[in-house]
Design a protein around this ligand. Structure first.
Ligand code: DLL
Length: 432
C-alpha cells in the first residue's frame, strides 16, 4: 500500500512542488531568521532569485556548527509561542543541537512517518514495539505518532529493560520491531538465551538511527526470521521520516515534497553524477519551526531518480555508507568502520559484535579490531583454528583497507552491547 499520493507524482510534478516550496522557505528564513537574512544578503540573494531547482545552489550551506553557535533557539523561524515541542541530539562533542516543532510540523512529521512505515509494510493489523529511547532523541516519538496514524497498535516499550522488553514482545504478540540495528542484534541474542525466540512473531523490522549494512541486515533477517528494512533521518531535518525502504529493499524512498536532497562532493561542494556517492545536503521545504537551507548532513550516500518497481516515483537514496566525520585516517589511509564491518560479517565463526581501537605509539598509528567469536566456534575450535581465523581476517582487512590491522578475537558476550546507537570506534590517539 502507498500512503500518500505525493509518493507517485510524476517527476515534473515533484519538481514543480519543490520549486514552489523552495521559494517559500527562502522567503520564510529571509524574513524571520536573522542568521539567514545576513547570509543571503551577503550572497546577494533575494527570495525572488529562486526560479528553478538548480537555483538551490545559490543558497548558503548550513552546518551543525551553525546550530551550535545559535544554541538553543537562535535559528527558529517562529516565536516560541508557536513551538509545541523541542528535541535535542546529544552528539558526542560540544553542545547539543536543539530542534523545535510547530503544531503543523508535528502533523507533517506524523504523516511522513506514516508514509515510511507503510512503505516498509506496516498495516493497521500490526503490533509495533518501539524500542528506541523515549526522550530528547527523535526516534521514538517520531515513529510513535506515525505508527499510530497508520492505525497499528503501538507498544511504547522504549529502549533498555531487555528481558522485560522481550516478554512484552512475546505476550503482546509484537509483529514489528522498531529499533537501532545494534539493539535488534542484542535483543536477538538475549531472546535466544532466554529460549523464547521460537515464541516471538516479529515479521518485520524497521531499523534506523545508525547504519545497517547489507551484512547486518542479513544477520538480522536470519536471527529473527524477519524482513529487515532501513529508514533514515536526522533530528536537524525532522527526525525519522526523511526516507525509508519499501519491501523491495532497493534504496530508501525520499519524501521529496518535504526535503530537497543534493549529493555533493564533500571537498569541492560540486554536485556528483546521479548514482555516485557524495555528502547528502538537504533543504527542508516545509518546516516552520526550524527550516534549514542546504544542511550538510555529513552522511555519504548516492541518489537515483529511477522509478521503483513498487510504484513510487520519488528519488531513492542508497544506504548510508558512512559519515564524512566517521572516517578515520590511519597512517594516512582513509578507513571507514563500515569497510571493516563488511569483512567481519562475511566471515564464518564471528559475530556482528566488534570494536575498532586506534592508538598511537610514537608517530605510528595502530588499528586493533576486536571481534567476538560465536559460541559454537568458541566451544569447538582448537588453538590452531583460532590462529587461522585471526590470520584470515587480518588478510581480508589488509586487502580492503590497504593497511595492516591487528585482530583480537574475543570470547562470546564480552564486548559492549548497545541499547541505542552503537559506538564502535574508540580513538585513543588524542588521549595518549
Ligand atoms: O537518528 C533520527 C532517526 C531516528 C532516524 C530513528 C531513523 C530512525 P539523530 O540522532 O539526529 O537522528 O542522528 C542522525 O544518524 O546523520 C546519520 O548519520 C545517522 N542515521 C540515522 N538513520 C540512519 C540510517 C536520528 N538509516 C544521524 N542509516 C544521521 C545510517 C543513519 N545512518
Amino acid at each position: 500500500m502507498i500512503w500518500a499520493k505525493e509518493e507517485t507524482f510524476s517527476r515534473d510534478e515533484i519538481k514543480r512542488i519543490q520549486v514552489e516550496k523552495l521559494r517559500e522557505v527562502v522567503k520564510r528564513v529571509y524574513e524571520n531568521v536573522p542568521f539567514y537574512r545576513k547570509k543571503l544578503l551577503q550572497a546577494g540573494i533575494k527570495p525572488e532569485n529562486i526560479q528553478s531547482i538548480e537555483d538551490v545552489r545559490l543558497l548558503p550551506l548550513t552546518t551543525k556548527d551553525d546550530l551550535r553557535d545559535n544554541y538553543p533557539y537562535g535559528l527558529f523561524a517562529v516565536p516560541m509561542d508557536e513551538i509545541v515541542r523541542v528535541h535535542a541530539s546529544s552528539g558526542t562533542t560540544g553542545k547539543p543541537t536543539v530542534v523545535g516543532y510547530t503544531a503543523q510540523d508535528i502533523e507533517s512529521w506524523t504523516e511522513l512517518v506514516a508514509r515510511i512505515v507503510t512503505c516498509a509494510g506496516v498495516t493497521k493489523s500490526d503490533v509495533v514495539q518501539i524500542a528506541f529511547g523515549y526522550g530528547m532523541f527523535t526516534g521514538a516519538f517520531g515513529l510513535h505518532y506515525g505508527v499510530e496514524r497508520v492505525g497499528a497498535t503501538v507498544v511504547p516499550a522504549s529502549s533498555g529493560n531487555t528481558e522485560k522488553q522481550l516478554l512484552f514482545m512475546r505476550d503482546f504478540g509484537t509483529t514489528v520491531l522498531v529499533s537501532t540495528p545494534s539493539y535488534a542484534l542484542y535483543l536477538a541474542e538475549v531472546a535466544q538465551k532466554m529460549g523464547i525466540m521460537k515464541d516471538l512473531k516479529v515479521r518485520l523490522g524497521l531499523f534506523g538511527g545508525e547504519g545497517c549494512s547489507e551484512e547486518v541486515r542479513k544477520e538480522l533477517e536470519k536471527q529473527w526470521g524477519m524482513v529487515a528494512t532501513d529508514n533514515y533521518g536526522l533530528s536537524e531535518l525532522i527526525g525519522p521520516g526523511v526516507s525509508g525502504e519499501c519491501h523491495l529493499k532497493d534504496g530508501l524512498h525520499i519524501n521529496e515534497d518535504h526535503f530537497l536532497v543534493e549529493v555533493l562532493d564533500p571537498k569541492t561542494l560540486e554536485p556528483v553524477k546521479e548514482g555516485e556517492n557524495g555528502e547528502l545536503v538537504v533543504t527542508t521545504l516545509t518546516k516552520e519551526g526550524l527550516p534549514l537551507l542546504r544542511y550538510r548532513t555529513r552522511d555519504i550516500a548516492s541518489v537515483t531518480y529511477e522509478k521503483c518497481a513498487c510504484g513510487r516515483t520519488t528519488a531513492r537514496m542508497s544506504k548510508v555508507s558512512g559519515r564524512t566525520d566517521d572516517m578515520l585516517i590511519i597512517r594516512g589511509v582513509n578507513v571507514f568502520p563500515s569497510q571493516v564491518e563488511s569483512v567481519l560479517l562475511d566471515t564464518e565463526g564471528v559475530t556482528p559484535h566488534y570494536q575498532l581501537v586506534v592508538t598511537r605509539r610514537g608517530a605510528l598509528d595502530n588499528l586493533e579490531v576486536k571481534i567476538e567469536v560465536t559460541e559454537e566456534f568458541s566451544k569447538s575450535a582448537d588453538r590452531k583454528r583460532w590462529k587461522s581465523l585471526k590470520e584470515d581476517i587480518e588478510r581480508k582487512l589488509s586487502v580492503i583497507l590497504s593497511l595492516k590491522a591487528h585482530v583480537t578475537l574475543a570470547a562470546p558476550s564480552t564486548l559492549e552491547r548497545f541499547q541505542g546507537k552503537a559506538r564502535r570506534v574508540v580513538d585513543l590517539r588524542e588521549a595518549i
